[in-house]
Design a protein around this ligand. Structure first.
Ligand SMILES: Nc1ncnc2c1ncn2[C@@H]1O[C@H](COP(=O)(O)OP(=O)(O)O)[C@@H](O)[C@H]1O
Ligand SMILES: [Mg+2]
Length: 454
């Protein structure tokens, strides 16, 4: 990233706090003008988090869906952002295979066998059933292999070939891995750690959905009793030392799209002891909160605003715009000449960074059309005249607003002003008139198809 030093330093502090688990239940608001890197900073935070720290992104408008109520959508987003690290112990048998002996009955019935396996200190013979014999032959285990067998599931993993067999090197493929014969006991305990989110546990345990809903994403509403039970179970595990809670991060972009009810939900949810860190981003100044008539800073109700720490982003200076644009051009694999970049920078300063960045793509297409490898000044100029930025569009609107259809549905066409609304009742009979004549036509058509099918 380029520039935006204060905001990035602040983000680094937040990141440190997240890593130390210090700001669970608190909220951060990233506020600033459009295209100043708010979303980019939040994504940067997410990438610096550990691999098992959950990070969920939602846009404010995603909360409003027909399938889920607002609070259910928010609850799911919150619970997706809380990880549960579950520790599990399994018993393994790990050693070097000395001999596999399989007795096949002539009738082809049950297979039986013996597996002799050793470490440097001990050697044991295990009885084998049909299932184990099959998986041994599937993994192509032979004498001299070092294997690990999960006692509970019977899963066999080949760790490599024992060094003591390295003399038979000639008979092996080049990618054979050699390992030491294990020491000590044959049986050992191993700790396995899984991290799942609370939401995943919810879905798996809600009987109406089943775990397949995790793949379709179609989870529907989850009953609150299910959630209560899971919270109780998880806190039990926590006390027994079986599980650990990892507060993750919930990023709500364009948070001003939320309404007062959603904000009140967030306010309440932040107080819960199972709460993630909430990062919000907005480009609004003093504006109305949806669902109220009050205006407040950033469109957030004041009681929520009181809870957040605010990171503000500021517009870029010309040097930074230039750097960002050249990074952008590199990313899109577009060659931009020095002069063209200077003009793009100028455009970026006077209009917006996003518009200038979009022009790179357009100018590249124009350059390709005239069979040039690099984007030059004329390509930028041409794309600037073909595609307007918001300012010019507004200017055009104020000049020629009569020619476009306005809210009342009226527009000036070829110097004649059409007045939409008063004319509507007068036109109504004319538009309804053809309807009766088309209705019989469709009924005869369907009558025809009835005839042909019979
Ligand atoms: N400091 C920066 N360094 C590099 N690229 C940036 C920087 N700030 C913004 N950008 C780029 O500009 C574009 C707009 O940034 P974005 O984060 O989406 O803005 P916002 O969310 O504030 O509207 C993105 O393509 C982003 O990669
Ligand atoms: Mg954004």
């Amino acid at each position: 990233m380029v520039g935006q030093l204060k905001a990035r330093k602040a983000a680094a502090v937040v990141l440190q706090m997240i890593k130390e688990g210090k700001i669970a239940g608190r909220a951060v608001l990233v506020a600033g003008p459009p295209s100043t890197g708010k979303t980019a900073i939040a994504m940067g935070i997410s990438q610096s988090l550990g691999s098992d720290v959950p990070f969920t992104t939602v846009a404010g408008s995603e909360i409003f869906s027909l399938e889920l109520s607002k609070t259910e959508a928010l609850t799911q987003a919150f619970r997706k952002s809380i990880g549960v690290r579950i520790k599990e112990e399994t018993e393994l048998i790990e050693g070097e295979v000395v001999e596999i002996q399989v007795d096949r009955s002539i009738a082809g019935g049950q297979k039986q066998g013996k597996l002799t396996i050793k470490t440097t200190d001990m050697e044991t013979v295990y009885e084998l059933g049909t299932k184990m014999i099959d998986s041994l032959s599937k993994e192509k285990v032979t004498a001299g292999d070092v294997v690990s067998i999960d006692k509970a599931s019977g899963k066999i993993t080949k760790l490599g070939r024992s060094y003591t067999r390295s003399r038979d090197y000639d008979a092996m493929s080049a990618d054979t891995k050699f390992v030491q014969c294990p020491e000590g006991e044959l049986q050992r305990r191993k700790e396995v750690v899984h991290t799942v989110s609370l939401h995943e546990i919810d879905v798996i345990n809600s009987r109406s959905q089943g775990f397949l809903a995790l793949f379709s994403g179609d989870t529907g509403e989850i009953r609150s009793e299910v959630r209560d039970q899971i919270n109780t179970k998880v806190s039990e595990w926590r006390e027994e030392g079986k599980a650990e809670i990892i507060p993750g991060v919930l990023f709500i972009d364009e948070v001003h799209m939320l309404d007062i009810e959603s904000f009140s939900y967030i306010n309440r949810a932040l107080e819960d002891d199972l709460s993630p860190i909430v990062i919000m981003a907005t480009n609004r100044g003093v504006s109305r909160t949806r669902g109220t008539n009050y205006k407040s800073p950033h469109g957030l109700p004041v009681d929520l605003l009181d809870r957040v720490i605010i990171i503000s982003t500021t517009p870029y200076n010309p040097e930074e715009i230039k750097q960002i644009l050249s990074i952008r051009a590199q990313e899109e694999e577009v060659d931009v000449s020095v002069d063209a970049l200077a003009i793009l920078t100028k455009i970026g300063e006077e209009t917006s960074l996003r518009y200038a960045a979009n022009l790179i793509t357009v100018a590249n297409l124009i350059a390709t059309k005239r069979k040039s490898q690099t984007v030059d000044v004329e390509d930028v100029k041409r794309s600037y005249s073909l595609f307007w930025d918001a300012n010019r569009s507004v200017q055009y609107l104020s000049q020629y607003s009569d020619n476009l259809v306005n809210d009342a549905g009226a527009a000036t066409l070829g110097g004649v002003k059409t007045i939409a609304n008063p004319a509507a009742p007068a036109q109504a009979p004319a538009t309804t008139a053809p309807v009766p004549s088309t209705t019989p036509a469709t009924t005869t058509a369907s009558g025809d198809t009835m005839d042909t099918t019979s």
